[in-house]
Design a protein around this ligand. Structure first.
Ligand SMILES: Nc1ncnc2c1ncn2[C@@H]1O[C@H](COP(=O)(O)OP(=O)(O)OP(=O)(O)O)[C@@H](O)[C@H]1O
Length: 846
């Protein structure tokens, strides 16, 4: 593409100059370009409007063909208009000035493809090397071509944009100058340049290449933080870009300390994958996040990159449809519920719950195998009526006569008191062929054991249970011996089965004896300590049984009470063990942009969702199996959670990001094994991010003291900037942590423009909210586990010792708490922290 046609002064060496004159001149140049882009977009909007008008006129013709064509045109033009209008804000943000390339090939976006400079691009001269800028590319959120198909803006995800992110002074490729453009609406506000070949005297249109500002990264990092994460599209760094653009095959694992951009990179990678292969990934990317707070914090990033509705971001406690975790378990309970030992307990519970009284473990789901047949038996005319006998459910079937014995529950056998209290019915009695046939408790137990012999899901075994009951009744009736002709025998048997099983009372016996179990009801059944003790014999110790049972009491007898985050993984496991009827698969939604034609001017024609969708819509589209799964804060998934997440990506490619040093799970080895199981043996590609973009060095250094205690030998990421302000230590006078925390929060609200987070031990969350009442929306109280992944301009960490003592992983949780601030950190200590005379808690001393 031709270089800028605006004029430059005639200096021959590139120079960094923040002088207002040069800066204003450069802003004017970018403004001219932005005006051209807007002009082009307006042309496109007019074309789209014309298309819609034209389509409406065709509609007046009224033939079926014209109507269909009109619909298609209106649809296309509408999508086109929507996109153009919504992309208008702040979409041009970058520019690179490039040397001539090694070859003259152009890519589909109109830019030259060569990454390396031509051999003669740089001329050696006695007073320094010289070169001429051969190509200038502007980078933005979407690609736009001019009327001659030359690129006005390149989509940030296009191959031609990669040098904007990848080039470094060590490996600059063709890039001489990289510029970040700040704009609002149609107005360019500023530019920040990085010079990648500072040794070179480069010229652009005959004038020296000016360099303005201190670089975009520092400008971005210094900004005040709000309550939502911003995209980093204008300042992605080279090591991050490697991850974002890594091929999607198999598994991409990314490790890096706090603030290295793992979450940001993971989200940008989702947008990149959609750009690369929209057909494959549209509607099929799942991002698993540790907390709803982090979901809310990060939810705006993808829409700002033009991707909405295609990616499901879910907290790990909200992965199961219809089950939203609203509470946390204590660390001791969480440790048991998250452990893979629970799998053995749940397997027993899923089968053991069949023995529960009806109503205690059976759900309200309708029986899947209820027969609607009501034909009469050719060999015997059966009609039946229910009765009960000594509190046992029986089915009396008698020719033409209702059963004599009255039901003790108002004539509804199989329900409530018709069942032996504390267990399933123990006898089945029918009258057929004029005789009473009975299956007693032993026989029923034998049948049940026979059915349960395999490993199939319990609910799916119900038809088999039904068949074996009928087999046993048929044998007991003596009928098999009465037929010598196998064909007649088969016919008689068929009629017998149909008649018995079409009767409501048989169904009701079956419902009581082999109820359809729901995960919630089984979980609720585990709240009985005795029962849970039976199901977890030799797996959990009595203390663990007591703790888990007590925590599950929260669910109530019907299992409908509030769920904890760790309960959700248990529910999901039970879903599998019980085998609920599969939900009909949601058909893949066709992305309207896949269908577009005739919009060549927009190089990202296959990109982005058109209509904005509500949360509810998205939930509806929830699918169980995804094409790509991104796990954020992967170090925190428990073994049971890995199983749950693994089920959602059996055929997926994966991006797994995390930091072992921030793990709040007590047994990282066990979680590691579960992770390996979920990810399988597919090849893995590993990346490590090494630069901390969040914390200034003063805060990072303090946090490293805890890292050294928590994970000796683990390298800390290098902080990229410093503020010159050391963390502050404030002892809670007379042990009054609340007053100290409030005072320090107030002080920080004065010192920073943006947000202040006050992090406390989990059991102080409610208290901390009270401490901060009336301080306004810029300040937030957080439990230590809730702070995961979040960041604030300033933080107050209250009583490091309390946080560290909360759980076996407490020191790592404290490390998380200490690494949340972008500018200021205050540590409030109590007596338990054993502060020195300067207020520095024991745990944070050098
Ligand atoms: N290239 C970048 N340009 C500008 N800001 C960046 C860049 N990379 C990261 N950041 C910023 O650094 C902060 C930390 O990023 P992020 O939360 O993604 O890190 P993380 O590795 O997930 O941290 P943690 O492990 O502590 O959760 C964010 O404010 C992010 O916007």
């Amino acid at each position: 593409m031709a270089a800028q046609n605006a004029t430059h002064d005639d200096r021959t060496a590139p120079r960094r100059d923040g002088g207002d004159g040069v800066r204003d001149g450069e802003i004017r140049i970018e403004q001219t370009h932005l005006d051209r882009v807007y002009h082009r977009l307006e042309e496109k909007i007019h074309e789209a409007e014309f298309l819609m008008d034209d389509a409406a006129k065709r509609g007046q013709v009224g033939t079926p063909g014209a109507l269909a064509e009109r619909d298609a045109q209106v649809f296309r033009a509408g999508v086109h208009l929507n996109r153009l209008n919504s992309e208008f804000e702040d979409f041009l943000f970058g520019r690179i000035d490039l040397l001539p390339g090694k070859d003259g090939d152009r890519g589909p976006d109109g830019a030259y493809t060569s990454v390396e400079p031509a051999d003669d691009a740089i001329r050696t001269a006695p007073d320094g090397d010289r070169a001429e800028i051969a190509e200038t590319l502007h980078i933005g959120r979407i690609g736009v071509l001019d009327a001659d198909y030359a690129p006005l803006v390149i989509d940030w995800r296009a191959p031609a944009a990669a040098p904007f992110y990848r080039s470094t002074p060590v490996s600059p490729g063709r890039v001489v100058r990289r510029r970040v453009i700040r704009s609002k609406g149609r107005r360019v506000l500023g530019v920040e340049d990085d010079l990648l070949r500072p040794e070179l005297s480069a010229t652009l249109d005959g004038g020296a290449l000016p360099v303005v500002g201190d670089g975009a990264l520092m400008a971005a990092l210094g900004q005040a933080r709000g309550h939502t994460m911003r995209d980093i599209v204008a300042s992605i760094q080279a090591e991050q870009d490697q991850v974002i653009r890594a091929p999607a095959a198999s598994i991409t694992e990314v490790e890096g300390g706090p603030g290295t951009g793992k979450t940001a990179v993971a989200l940008h990678r989702a947008a990149y994958l959609l750009y690369q292969d929209r057909r494959r990934y549209a509607g099929g990317i799942l991002v698993v996040s540790p907390t709803p707070l982090l979901v809310a914090y990060t939810e705006g990033v993808l829409p700002s990159l033009g991707e909405e509705g295609q990616v499901a971001i879910r907290a790990v406690g909200s992965l199961v449809e219809g089950a939203e975790a609203t509470t946390y378990d204590t660390p001791a309970v969480a440790r048991v519920k998250g452990s893979s030992r629970m799998l053995r307990v749940l397997r027993k519970a899923a089968r053991g719950a069949l023995e529960m009284p009806r109503g205690a473990a059976a759900g309200s789901a309708p029986s899947s195998d209820r027969s609607s047949a009501s034909s009469s038996n050719s060999s015997s005319d059966l009609s039946s009526a229910p009765s009960s006998d000594d509190g046992q459910l029986t089915l009396d079937a008698a020719l033409g006569a209702p059963a004599a014995a009255p039901s003790n529950d108002g004539g509804r056998p199989g329900a409530g008191s018709g069942t032996r209290p504390g267990g399933p019915p123990e006898r089945l009695r029918v009258v057929a062929f004029g005789a009473r046939i009975e299956l007693d408790a032993d026989e029923l137990r034998r049948i049940r054991q026979n059915v349960l012999g395999g490993t199939a899901p319990v609910n799916l075994l119900r038809p088999r249970a039904r068949r074996l009951l009928l087999d046993a009744l048929w044998t007991r009736s003596g009928a098999p011996g009465r037929y010598t002709d196998p064909e007649l025998a088969a016919e008689a048997r068929e009629g017998f089965d149909e008649d018995i099983s079409s009767e409501d009372v048989f169904q009701e016996f079956l419902d009581a004896w082999w109820p359809e179990l729901t995960p919630r009801s089984v979980l609720a059944a585990m709240a009985d300590e005795k029962r849970l003790g039976r199901w977890s014999r030799r797996v959990l110790n009595p203390r663990e049984v007591r703790q888990v049972a007590r925590s599950l009491a929260r669910l109530g007898p019907d299992g409908q009470g509030p769920l904890s985050v760790h309960d959700v993984a248990l529910l999901d496991e039970l879903n599998t063990l019980l085998g609920l009827p599969a939900r009909p698969a949601t058909p893949r939604e066709v992305d309207p942009l896949d269908q577009l034609t005739g919009l060549e001017e927009l190089t990202t024609y296959a990109d982005r969702a058109g209509p904005r969708r509500s949360r509810a819509d998205r939930a509806e589209r929830e699918r169980a199996d995804y094409a790509h799964v991104i796990v954020d804060e992967a170090q925190d998934l428990t073994p049971m959670q890995w199983r749950m997440v693994g089920r959602r990506g059996r055929h997926a490619t994966w991006t797994v990001v995390g930091d072992p040093a921030q793990s709040s799970w007590s047994d990282p080895d066990e979680a590691g094994r579960a992770r390996d199981e979920a990810l399988g043996s597919r090849p893995r590609r590993r990346f490590t991010l090494t630069v901390n973009y969040r914390n200034p060095s003063e805060i990072a250094e303090l946090a490293t003291r805890v890292l050294t205690l928590a994970m000796p030998g683990t390298p800390a990421p290098e902080a990229v900037r410093s503020t010159g302000v050391e963390p502050r230590f404030a002892p809670g006078v007379d042990g009054d942590l609340g007053a100290a925390a409030r005072r320090e929060a107030l002080r920080l609200l004065d010192e920073v423009e943006g947000t202040v987070g006050v992090v406390v031990a989990m059991n102080r969350r409610e208290q901390a909210r009270q401490w901060l009442t009336g301080l306004g929306h810029r300040v937030v109280a957080l439990g230590s586990l809730e702070a995961k992944g979040l960041e604030y301009d300033a933080t107050v960490v209250v009583s490091p010792a309390e946080i560290a003592d909360e759980s076996p992983a407490g020191l790592r949780v404290l490390y998380v708490a200490l690494t949340r601030a972008t500018q200021r950190l205050t540590v409030v200590s109590g007596v338990r922290d054993e502060p020195d005379p300067h207020g520095v808690p024991d745990l944070l001393r050098e």
